[in-house]
Structure formats: C-alpha cells, structure tokens
Design a protein around this ligand. Structure first.
Ligand code: CU
Length: 344
C-alpha cells in the first residue's frame, strides 16, 4: 500500500468510480417503460443525473469509510485532534464543482424542454415576461373563465379581448417542436379537469368521453383547462406532466410510440378524492382508433352528452319528472287514477 504512489491510486479510483457510475446510469431501471417520442429525452437527462449522483455518492461515502478506518483512535492515544479551521482552496473547490454541475444540468434541461416544444410561440416560457398583469386583469381573466366553465369546452378567453388579458389567455406548456409550429397536429383533444375526473372532448368529431384514445405514431395536441382548482395532467410512461389551471390555458404535445393502455394521473393535490382522479389512455392502431371514434360519434349523435346539455331550468316540471316517473313504474293510468282521487 505504502509503495504505490498516491497519484496512481487516485487515478485508479477515478476510473473505477467513473465506470461504476456510467453503468448505474444506464442500468438503473428506475423509470417505467418509454411510450412516447419525448420519453428518451427526459430519460437521458435523468440518467445523466443518476451518473453524477452515483459518482458523488461513491466518492463521499468512500472517503468517509476510508478516513474512519485510517484515522481511527489507536489504543492508548489520548491526544486531541489537530485544530484545523477553514481551508480557502478547499472551500473554493467544493463550491465550484457543484456550481458547474448545477449550471450544466440547468442548461441541459432547458435544451430538453425546448426540444419537447416548451418554447414554441404558442406555449411556454416565452410569455412569462408578459404575464405580470395587475391583480385587476388577473381577476377579470378568472371571471371570464368561470363564465366559460359551464360549457366545458371553454373556448379560450376570447379573441376580442383587450391586449393585457389576451396575453394572459395565451397558453403554457409543451407545444410543437421548434420549427414545426406551422404543422397542424394530427389529433386534437380538449381535456377538462374537475374535482375529481378527467373529461376528454374531440372537438372535430363532437365526441366526449371519460377515457382518452389516441392513434400510435401521430402528433397529438392537448388543450388543458380546469373548471375548479389546480390539477396536473401526468402521463408517467410518456414523461410529460403539465399543470391544469383554472383561467389559464395550458397545452401538451406528444407522439405515442407503443400501443397499449397507460394511466392518466392527477399529480396536483386537488381535494379529498385527488388520489382517485385517474383515467386511462388507450394508444390504438390507427384503424382501431378510427373505429372507436366513429362508434362514439354515432352513439353521441355527433353532438354533446344530453345529460350535460340539458338545463333543468328550461324544462317544465312534467318533462323534468317524466324519466323519474317511468323509472318508478308510474304510468298514465296511475296518474289518471291519482288526479281522479284528488278531485274527489
Ligand atoms: Cu386533480
């Protein structure tokens, strides 16, 4: 041990730590399967963080164990340790290394976000600087969204709005990839979040459902809106997650790469039954998707769900009660009998 120069030991340790860290980074299997084109981008970033984390863990814990053994108290040694206080070069080094790592990861993650469409004109951080409207504009934007809320499709916050509010009405989230803004998405779904459910509307086909279907291999664009409180739309296997905000449109864009059924999870504590706020995403072959869509479009008459569209205030008491009467087995003859009886 004493005969091997410290520089060689350091070099060998460095190589071993690097190899182990690279291996753990590629073989950690901590994330679910990748089911979207966007997933590998996020996973590469995650794996780089695992590589760095593993290296730091090995170096710190390794040094700790080594020093515990090497500088342990020997029998009969009652002396004090050396009075060491402060070490400027050491402090500069252990400040500089984490700074470089954190700044590097920051730049990398911004690049991944941009590649996923986070900085397209429609979405993302470009609008942040415009978004410091006063409390009065925020209040009116919220009021506008609450008025829109009952019709569930919530068609934006209006195109004829004053400038300040129109800026707030722009959308956050993942839009098209850079340079692809001009291309229309193949499938558009309006997603409405509410306590405690997801509602999916295919606006071009007039289909409303509680489960989402998309075809594999095409660009899917989601317009997200909430009618009550904050929710978050999370597709773990797609590595995408976006807050759903009342009064502030958000969006997501992705391409599914594997057919199958995937969970849609609300990832924002939104109330007592938040844990049950889940739905399913079915990634279908294009012909299966088309069949499902056609079936639902026919079943729903190409329009809206009647139970959501009917406003009880527009119905006479008789019309409103008729379905309930039928359900209870009350027919015309019984009604006749009752009115006759009442007349006496
Ligand atoms: Cu929720």
């Amino acid at each position: 041990m004493k005969t091997v120069p410290a520089s060689i030991l350091t070099l060998v340790t460095g190589v071993v730590v690097t190899l182990i860290s690279l291996w753990v980074g590629q073989n950690n299997h901590l994330l679910p399967i990748q089911a979207s084109e966007q997933a590998p981008l996020v996973d590469d970033l995650f794996n780089v963080m695992v590589i760095i984390g593993t290296a730091i863990f090995l170096i710190v814990e390794g040094a700790l164990l080594l020093f515990m053994i090497q500088f342990r108290q020997r029998p009969g040694d009652e002396s004090d340790g050396s009075p060491i206080e402060g070490n400027i070069p050491l402090e500069i080094v252990w400040t500089a290394i984490p700074s470089v790592i954190v700044i590097g990861l920051g730049i990398y993650s911004v690049e991944v976000y941009a590649e996923m469409g986070g900085f397209t004109p429609e979405g993302g951080a470009m609008m942040m600087s415009h978004n410091h409207g006063g409390s009065s504009t925020k209040g009116s934007a919220l009021a506008a969204s609450l008025e829109d809320a009952p019709n569930l499709t919530a068609p934006g916050l209006g195109d004829d709005m004053p400038m300040a509010e129109a800026q707030i009405a722009r959308s956050y989230g993942l839009g098209a990839k850079p340079g692809m803004e001009a291309l229309e998405p193949d499938v558009t779904v309006d997603v409405t979040a509410m306590q405690f459910a997801w509602l999916f509307n295919y606006p071009n086909e007039g289909v409303y459902t509680a489960e989402m279907h998309v075809p594999v291999g095409v660009t899917v664009h989601l317009n997200l809106d909430a009618v009550d409180v904050l929710h978050a739309f999370w597709l773990p296997q797609f590595r995408i997650k976006q807050d759903v905000i009342p009064g502030q449109k958000t969006e997501l864009q992705f391409v599914a790469t594997k057919t199958g059924t995937y969970p849609i999870v609300c990832a924002e504590l939104c109330g007592s039954y938040h844990g049950g706020m889940r739905a399913e995403l079915f990634v279908d072959e294009p012909e299966d998707y088309q069949a499902w869509l056609t079936e639902n479009a026919i079943a729903q008459g190409g329009g809206v769900i009647p139970i959501l569209a009917a406003n009880p205030a527009d119905l006479t008491p008789g019309e409103f009660l008729a379905p309930y009467g039928q359900a209870m087995g009350i027919d015309d003859s019984l009604v006749q009998h009752l009115s006759h009886h009442h007349a006496l």
